[in-house]
Design a protein around this ligand. Sequence first.
Ligand SMILES: C[S@@+](CC[C@H](N)C(=O)[O-])C[C@H]1O[C@@H](n2cnc3c(N)ncnc32)[C@H](O)[C@@H]1O
Length: 201
Amino acid sequence: MKQNVGTEEAIKRWDSFADTYSKKHTEQGDLHKEVFLNPTLFSLMGNIKNKKVLDAGCGEGYLSRMFTKSGANVTAVDYSPRMIEIAKERTSHDLLIDYKQGNCEELNTLEDKSFNLIVSNMVIQDLANYEKAFQEMYRLLADGGSFIFSILHPCFVTPECGWERTDNGEKLHWNVDKYFYEGAYEQSLGDKKIYCSSIEH
Ligand SMILES: C[S@@+](CC[C@H](N)C(=O)[O-])C[C@H]1O[C@@H](n2cnc3c(N)ncnc32)[C@H](O)[C@@H]1O
């Protein structure tokens, strides 16, 4: 059965998790981002110098700062007020990033066709209504623009996934249960729980 949770409840969880989440991020993100995601994203983006780029669901902003250092004009939105606060704290004054608190499902303060590129890194799976967000991204893209997004793969994260361990705690294997589940589920991260969704195909 497909389940959903509201955007407001989901973002409350992200907001209370923002400090813990951000602590694990350097200026290249966390290890997975540094090793896997960033090289892939940058190879898909090509040259972004002077392009108008939206970082949709920017979190603590490492990617926005990387884009700006590559010469792009960056707007960055996140619905969590704390994430935006942290992103601003981490951004030096010479990096001119326009941070805004906003819901990717409804970005009506941003004008139609105002971006050449929209990147949403590991966000879409956290949205209550990703179809609405896709419509917004389409509205915001200039003609010929690109939308690049990354999401979790159910190979790694599903409801009830986790390490199977021996009695003395040694790892045996990673359980991937409910691979075909569609809908929202809680994912434990440190001492907090956030919501993820498996998107129906
Ligand atoms: C896994 S983090 C990724 C953050 C960032 N893109 C990165 O790569 O570090 C997901 C982010 O999506 C944000 N988010 C969740 N729902 C959102 C929504 N409806 N609108 C905007 N941001 C949202 C969360 O606050 C969180 O910062």
